[in-house]
Ligand binder design. Structure first.
Ligand SMILES: Cc1ncc(COP(=O)(O)O)c(C=O)c1O
Length: 488
């Protein structure tokens, strides 16, 4: 044994003394949606544990929970855990010693630094390869969008085609500013930054405004792309209660006073995942709070236009032009998610700063995509109307299926958006989604959308899948639910 090995061994011992056994419930929580995917349960469990080891979340010397305890925590037989540990041992990822259990192998010094698992929303992209995907709420392209894309002829003008401004094509920025104006929000091209989808706009704003330890206020359940971005920066996400009428604005004000946030991020229209629409008084109040306390507010409008009754509330920026508002929107929900075109509207100084950051991240948005976006934005009104109409029908159909298959789930019919947020009368959505996965349906429980409160009694069911797929998905969800209830 070399001196380095000996030193490493001391480190390992030290770490074990500090860390000891990883608790079964903790490991179960870190495993996430391990039961999804191909292969036997044993192989999937071994893979999920291996991923935690490779990612540095389980560190050399960490002692895995006793087989029986882990089996109980993840609702499988003890034999499955024994076999999974044996597979890990064959791959030399763990060491099994008589009397001292199963430990993660390797030298601590060579391990990656342990990281807090930040990407909760990652599970939304882990649909079963051959199953039914009720995880993502990605709408099909409206026929009109398909027609526009097919008829598109790129401008082969050398000036435009060689344009690489990190803020976006000048013509597209001007057109997006005009779209804001048409809808009652003042905007100039200098206030617009074109991004790779709304998600990049959110990440850029968070990276620029949030430092480690800073607080960001948002709804207690929210789009994970927001909360994960804040956590990745080392910021703290504080969730404000959201009810059937949207976020609680009194609680929001109290949190502003108590926590001094650097940013408020809300999704007030057809909120993802709850589908709620904040009434006008609440929206005015948030705009006022932003102006009065001087806290920037990021208004996520990606779902604002997927409206079943045609009601599309104005931006917070229109309600209170002196408030430091940042509006984020994209083509994803009413045109083409795969095109990856989004934008933000902010004051020109912030746009300038973000343009600088953008240059470092990925230089600029693809010009062909921006040229296509110009054609689609031109038809924004018709495209948004079409998506609203299609999904009003899809929502009603899903609610009818759910009433039949899942009659004891509590749902409030949404007035817009792309998903139903259902409350289970008993039990855990995480446990249910595991059973559903075994029946070939991937569906997200509330924990995926947790900002700071765990909502494991809710499930999000999108109505974006084609009709027969959705019907079969809900039927299987019903079977999984009946099995699960019988076990409780
Ligand atoms: C509320 C919300 N914000 C932002 C995004 C990201 O949108 P984009 O596809 O434009 O990046 C999504 C995507 O589902 C969303 O639901």
């Amino acid at each position: 044994m070399t001196t380095v090995d000996r030193a490493n061994e001391r480190l390992v011992d030290h770490r074990v003394a500090l860390g000891g056994t990883v608790e079964a419930s903790r490991l179960a929580g870190r495993l996430g949606r391990w039961a999804h995917g191909d292969g036997t349960l044993t192989a999937r469990l071994a893979q999920a544990i291996a991923a935690l080891i490779e990612g540095g979340e389980l560190r050399p010397g960490d002692r895995l929970p006793p087989e029986r305890a882990l089996a109980g925590a993840i609702a499988v037989s003890r034999g499955t855990v024994v076999a999974a540990y044996a597979l890990l041992s064959e791959d030399e990822l763990v060491e099994r010693r008589q009397g001292s259990g199963t430990r993660v192998a390797g030298h601590l010094a060579a391990a990656l630094p342990a990281r807090e698992r930040t990407a909760r929303g990652e599970g939304l992209f882990s649909a079963l390869p051959s199953g039914i995907d009720l995880l993502r709420a990605v709408p099909a392209m409206p026929q009109l969008a398909l027609d526009i894309v097919r008829a598109h002829t790129p401008t082969l003008d050398p000036v435009t085609l060689s344009e690489t401004d990190p803020a976006g094509l000048p013509s597209l920025r001007t057109r997006i500013a005009a779209l804001f104006e048409e809808e009652g929000t003042t905007a100039t091209a200098a206030q617009i930054l074109v991004t790779h989808g709304a998600q990049q706009a959110i990440s850029l704003v968070v990276d620029e405004l949030v430092s480690p330890g800073d607080v960001v206020l948002t709804e207690s359940v929210t789009w994970p792309g927001l909360a994960d971005s804040v956590r990745r920066r080392g910021g703290r996400v504080h969730g404000v209660t959201i009810g059937p009428e949207g976020v609680d604005v009194d609680e929001l004000e109290a949190a502003i006073v108590a926590l001094r946030p650097v940013l408020i991020a809300v999704n007030p229209h057809h909120h993802n995942p709850t589908g709620t629409r904040l009434p006008s008084a609440g929206r005015i109040r948030i705009a006022d709070l932003s102006a009065e306390y001087g806290v920037p507010v990021l208004e996520d409008r990606v779902l604002a236009h997927v409206s079943f009754d045609g009601v599309v509330p104005p931006t917070l920026a229109a309600l209170r032009p002196d408030a430091p508002t940042i509006v984020v929107d994209s083509l994803s929900k009413w045109s083409w998610s795969g095109l990856r075109i989004g934008w933000l509207r902010a004051d020109p100084v912030l746009v300038r700063r973000l343009r600088g950051v953008r240059q470092l991240v990925d230089q600029s948005t693809s010009v062909p995509a921006q040229l296509l976006a110009l054609d689609l934005v031109e038809e924004a009104r018709a495209l948004r109307r079409a998506v609203g109409e299609t999904h009003a029908v899809a929502s009603a159909r899903l609610l009818a299926e759910m009433a039949e298959q899942l009659p004891d789930w509590q749902v409030t019919p949404p007035r817009g958006g792309l998903a139903v947020w259902a409350r289970l009368p008993v039990g855990s959505a995480t446990a249910l989604s595991r059973l559903a996965a075994m029946r070939g349906v991937a569906v997200a429980g509330g924990t995926e959308f947790t900002a700071s409160v765990v909502y494991d009694d809710h499930i999000r069911v999108p109505f974006t899948a084609p009709e027969p797929v959705l019907e079969e998905g809900v039927r299987r969800l019903g079977e999984a639910w009946r099995d699960y209830r019988a076990q409780l």
